[in-house]
Design a protein around this ligand. Structure first.
Ligand code: APR
Length: 234
C-alpha cells in the first residue's frame, strides 16, 4: 500500500448505525419518521421551539445510552498510529468519534452536546442535559435564548474554509457511511479528486456518487472500516 501524507476521512450517519443511532435516509431513518421541515430548520425553531427542543433532547438522551463501535475505534487507532496526518470531518452530531478516542475531528454540522446562546453572549458551551425555552444560559444568565449548536437546513456548515484547504492538500479522501445526499459534504470528493487525491467510498451499499470514487468497499462499517484501515498499513 502506498504511504499517504494527508488523509481526510468524511463520516456520516452510517458509521454510527451499528451503535444504534438512526441514519437519516434509510427506510427507518429519521427523515422517514419525522418531517425535517418541522424540526431541522431555523424557521421550525422560531415557529415551535418546544417541538424542536424535544426532538434534540430525545437524541441527546439517546446518545448517552449507546457506545462507539469498531468503526469509530478503528479510525481513532488510525489517527494515533498512522504516520501521516489524519483528519476526520464528520457530518454526525453524536460524540461517538470522541468517545472512541478520536481527536482531530471537525463537526461540520455541529454537536448534540453543545448549545449556543443567541440572546446576548453568543457562547457555545457543552451541555448534556435537556434544553428548553426557559433554560438559563450558564455564561450570561439570560433565559430563553439557547439553541442546539446544530447546523439546520438553510444554515452554513462549520469549518468550511479549513475543510477546503484540507481537501486540496490531501492525498487520500475516504467517505464512510454517508449517502452523499447533502451539500457541501457531498461535493468534497470532487474537490479532493480535482487536486489529485485518491478517493475511496466505504458504505453499506454503493451511493449515487459511486462513479466519482476510485474505489468502493461495501458492507457493515464495523467490518469494512477496520479491514480497510488494516490494509492501509503503515
Ligand atoms: N454500515 C455502513 N454504512 C451504513 C450502515 C452501516 N451499518 N447503515 C447505513 N449505512 C449507510 C446507508 O447506506 C446510507 O448511504 O449510511 C448512509 C447514511 O446516509 P444518510 O442517512 O443520508 O446520512 P448522512 O449521509 O450522514 O446524511 C447527511 O443529512 O439530514 C442531514 O444533517 C444530516 O448530517 C446529515 C446529512
Amino acid at each position: 500500500m502506498p504511504f499517504y501524507n494527508n488523509i481526510v476521512i468524511l463520516t456520516g450517519a452510517g458509521i454510527s448505525a451499528e451503535s444504534g443511532l438512526d441514519t437519516f435516509r434509510d427506510k427507518e431513518g429519521l427523515w422517514a419518521k419525522y418531517d425535517l421541515m418541522e424540526l431541522a430548520t431555523p424557521e421550525a425553531f422560531s415557529r415551535n421551539p418546544d417541538l424542536v427542543h424535544e426532538f434534540y433532547n430525545a437524541r441527546r438522551r439517546q446518545v448517552k445510552q449507546v457506545n462507539s463501535n469498531a468503526a469509530h475505534m478503528a479510525l481513532a487507532r488510525m489517527e494515533m498510529e498512522y504516520p501521516g496526518y489524519v483528519t476526520i470531518i464528520t457530518q454526525n452530531v453524536d460524540d461517538l468519534h470522541e468517545r472512541a478516542g478520536g481527536i482531530n475531528l471537525m463537526h461540520m454540522h455541529g454537536e448534540l452536546n453543545r448549545i449556543r446562546c443567541e440572546g446576548g453572549c453568543g457562547a457555545v458551551q457543552t451541555w448534556r442535559d435537556d434544553l428548553g425555552r426557559e433554560t438559563v444560559c450558564p455564561s450570561c444568565g439570560k433565559a430563553g435564548h439557547l439553541r442546539p449548536h446544530i447546523v439546520w437546513f438553510g444554515e452554513v456548515p462549520f469549518h468550511l474554509e479549513a475543510i477546503d484547504i484540507l481537501l486540496r492538500e490531501c492525498d487520500l479522501f475516504v467517505s464512510i457511511g454517508t449517502s452523499g445526499s447533502v451539500y457541501p459534504a457531498a461535493g468534497f470528493v470532487q474537490t479532493a479528486r480535482a487536486f489529485g487525491a485518491k478517493t475511496v467510498e466505504l458504505n453499506m451499499e454503493p451511493t449515487a456518487g459511486r462513479d466519482v470514487f476510485d474505489e468502493g468497499y461495501y458492507g457493515q462499517a464495523t467490518e469494512i472500516v477496520p479491514k480497510f484501515i488494516n490494509e492501509l498499513g503503515p
